[in-house]
Design a protein around this ligand. Structure first.
Ligand code: NAD
Length: 499
C-alpha cells in the first residue's frame, strides 16, 4: 500500500483535504510509492495565515538565537543524511552518492545561515551632522514563499528557507509534487531544532497552490526554481501582485573545448557534467562546443566508448553512474528529442534509445546519447532536453564559440576548457552567463557566494543564497537620529546638508 502524504501547517501534520491526489512513483520501477494530496486554495491560505501569525514572534527572536536554531538544524540534517538521501533517490531516481552530495550542498547553505548576525548587523555612521548619527540595517520582509522543482528535492528548498528564516521571515514551501517527502521531513527536523510552529509550513500541490501563493497579499516575496516558462509566469504574476520575485529557470549550458585543452580532463568533465544525474541538473552541460575540427574528432573518439559503457541502474546499485528519468512522460519527451535530432540531420553517434534494464522494464531508464555536428538552428540545440543527451557543436574559432554561448537565450552556466589564460580571462569577462567555469564543468557557487543565471535563466534581480539571498529576504531601513536632545536648531526650511 502506498503511503498517503500530508501537508505541514502551523507545526502540525495536516491530512489532505478533499482535494485531488497525485501519485509519487519510484522512477526505477514505475511503482506508486506514495499518494500526495494537492492542497486546495483554502488549505494554502491557512498555511499563509499560520506563517503570518508566527512571523512577529519569530522576528523578535534575536538573530543569534535564530542562528542557534540553524546550528541545531544542521546537526540534525547531518545526523539524518542517509535517510534524506534515500528519500531523494527513491522519489527522484538519482544514485545514492549523488543524492548525498546534493543534501550536503544544502547543508552548506544552512552553515552560511548560521552566520546570519554578521550579515544583518548593518552600518553605522556617527556624526553625519552635528550631534546626528545614522544607522542602517536589514529587516525581514514577513511571509515568503518558495516553489521548488523535482530535480533537487532537498537542496533547492534548502537554498531558500534556511536563509529566509534566519533573516526573521516565516516561510511557506511548495515542493515539487513528484518528490514531496524530503520537504516534509525537513520541516520536522527544523521544528525539532527549535523553530516555532508556523515558521516553516509545507503545502503540497500543483498550480492551484502556486496561484494561491502568488495572489495572497500576505506573501511578500516568492522564490521559484523550475522550468523557464513557469519561472516567467511566476515572475510576471508575482510582481504584478506587488511581490518581490526571484524565479530561476531552465538551462542549456555550453562547455567550450579549446584546441589547447587537456582532452582527458575535458572528457572526464563532460562525462560527469552531461550524464551525472541522467542530465537532470540545471547545471548539466548539454552542449560541447569544440574549437577546430581536430578537437571535435578527438573528443568524440574519447566520449563514444565512455558513453556506451555508462553503468545505468537503480539507486540501490552502488556502482551505477546514473539512474532513470523522473517519469514516463519525461522519458517520452527525452526520447522524442533524440528522434527529432535525427530528423533535423544531426549525427547520432551514440543512441541511448535502445537501453533497457533486465528486471526494471517498467522503469524510466534511457541510455546516454551523443549528437555530433549539431547546428544552432536545430531545436535540439535551442531547447532544454533535461536528459542524458549531449550535443556537440563544431566551431571554427573561439569567437564563434563565444558567440554561440552569448546568443543562446538561456544563460545559466558555461565553461571553457583551455590552458590559455588569455582565452580563459576573455571568456570569463565576455560570456553573458551567470555562472562561469574555467576548467570546471559545473561551476555551482559555494553557499557563501550566490547562485543564479542570466537572460531567460533568471527572472528578477537577485540570485539565491549567499549575500544575494540575504538581500532578497530583507529590506533596508536607515535611521537618522539627533543626540543630544539639548541642541535646539529652530525650524529649517531649506534642504538639510552636512555641517
Ligand atoms: P517545473 O517548472 O515543471 O515545476 C517547478 C515547480 O512549479 C513545481 O513545484 C511545480 O509544481 C510548479 N508548476 C508546474 N507547472 C506549473 C504551472 N502551470 N503553474 C504554476 N506552477 C507550476 O520544473 P520541474 O520539471 O520540476 O524541474 C525541472 C526544471 O527546473 C528544468 O527546466 C531545470 O533546468 C529547472 N531547474 C533550474 C534550476 C536553476 O537553478 N536555474 C535548478 C533546478 C532546476
Amino acid at each position: 500500500m502506498a503511503d498517503v502524504l500530508h501537508h505541514h501547517v502551523g507545526g502540525r501534520r495536516v491530512p489532505g483535504d478533499a482535494a485531488p491526489m497525485g501519485d509519487v512513483t519510484n522512477p526505477a520501477t514505475g511503482e506508486v510509492i506514495a499518494r500526495v494530496p494537492f492542497g486546495s486554495a483554502s488549505l494554502v491560505a491557512e498555511a499563509i495565515r499560520s506563517a503570518a501569525e508566527a512571523q512577529p514572534a519569530w522576528a523578535a527572536v534575536t538573530s543569534q538565537n535564530r542562528a542557534r536554531v540553524m546550528y541545531r538544524f544542521k546537526a540534525l540534517v547531518e545526523e539524518h543524511i542517509d535517510e534524506l538521501a534515500e528519500r531523494v533517490s527513491r522519489e527522484h531516481g538519482k544514485t545514492l552518492s549523488d543524492a548525498r552530495g546534493s543534501v550536503t550542498r544544502g547543508i552548506e547553505v544552512v552553515e552560511f545561515a548560521c552566520g546570519i548576525s554578521q550579515m544583518l548587523k548593518g552600518e553605522f555612521s556617527a556624526d553625519v551632522g552635528t550631534g546626528v548619527d545614522s544607522h542602517a540595517a536589514r529587516h525581514p520582509l514577513g511571509v515568503v514563499a518558495g516553489i521548488t522543482p523535482f530535480n533537487f528535492p532537498a537542496m533547492v528548498p534548502m537554498w531558500m528557507f534556511p536563509m529566509a528564516i534566519a533573516c526573521g521571515n516565516t516561510f511557506v514551501l511548495k515542493p515539487s509534487e513528484k518528490v514531496p517527502s524530503c520537504a516534509l521531513r525537513l520541516v520536522e527536523l527544523l521544528e525539532e531544532a527549535g523553530a516555532h510552529p508556523g515558521v516553516l509550513n509545507v503545502v503540497n500541490g500543483d498550480k492551484v497552490a502556486v496561484d494561491t501563493l502568488l495572489a495572497d497579499p500576505a506573501v511578500q516575496a516568492v522564490s521559484f526554481v523550475g522550468s523557464t516558462p513557469i519561472a516567467e509566469y511566476v515572475y510576471r504574476t508575482g510582481t504584478a501582485n506587488g511581490k518581490r520575485v526571484q524565479a530561476l529557470g531552465g538551462a542549456k549550458n555550453h562547455m567550450v573545448v579549446m584546441p589547447d585543452a587537456d582532452l582527458e580532463q575535458a572528457t572526464d568533465a563532460l562525462m560527469g557534467a552531461a550524464f551525472g544525474s541522467a542530465g537532470e541538473r540545471c547545471m548539466a552541460v548539454s552542449v560541447a562546443v569544440t574549437v577546430g575540427n581536430p578537437v571535435g574528432d578527438a573528443l568524440i573518439e574519447r566520449l563514444r566508448p565512455r558513453v556506451e559503457s555508462l553503468r545505468i541502474g537503480p539507486y540501490t546499485d552502488p556502482d551505477a553512474d546514473m539512474g532513470p528519468l523522473i517519469t514516463r512522460q519525461h522519458y517520452e519527451k527525452v526520447r522524442g528529442y533524440i528522434d527529432l535530432g535525427v530528423e533535423e540531420g544531426a549525427e547520432l553517434v551514440v543512441d541511448g534509445r535502445g537501453f533497457s534494464l533486465q528486471g526494471y522494464e517498467n522503469g524510466n531508464f534511457i541510455g546516454g546519447s551523443i549528437f555530433d555536428r549539431v547546428t544552432r538552428d536545430m531545436r535540439i540545440y535551442k531547447e532544454e532536453i533535461f536528459g542524458p543527451v549531449l550535443s556537440v557543436v563544431r566551431a571554427d574559432d573561439y569567437e564563434e564559440a563565444l558567440g554561440l554561448v552569448n546568443d543562446h537565450e538561456l544563460g545559466n552556466g558555461a565553461a571553457i576548457f583551455t590552458r590559455d589564460g588569455d582565452a580563459a580571462r576573455d571568456f570569463s569577462t565576455r560570456a553573458r552567463i551567470g555562472m562561469v567555469g574555467v576548467n570546471v564543468p559545473i561551476p555551482v557557487p559555494v553557499a557563501y557566494h550566490s547562485f543564479g543565471g542570466w537572460k531567460r535563466s533568471l527572472f528578477g534581480d537577485h540570485h539565491m543564497h549567499g549575500p544575494e539571498g540575504v538581500r532578497f529576504y530583507t529590506r533596508l531601513k536607515t535611521v537618522t537620529e539627533r543626540w543630544p536632545s539639548g541642541i535646539r536648531q529652530g525650524a529649517e526650511y531649506v534642504m538639510p546638508v552636512l555641517q
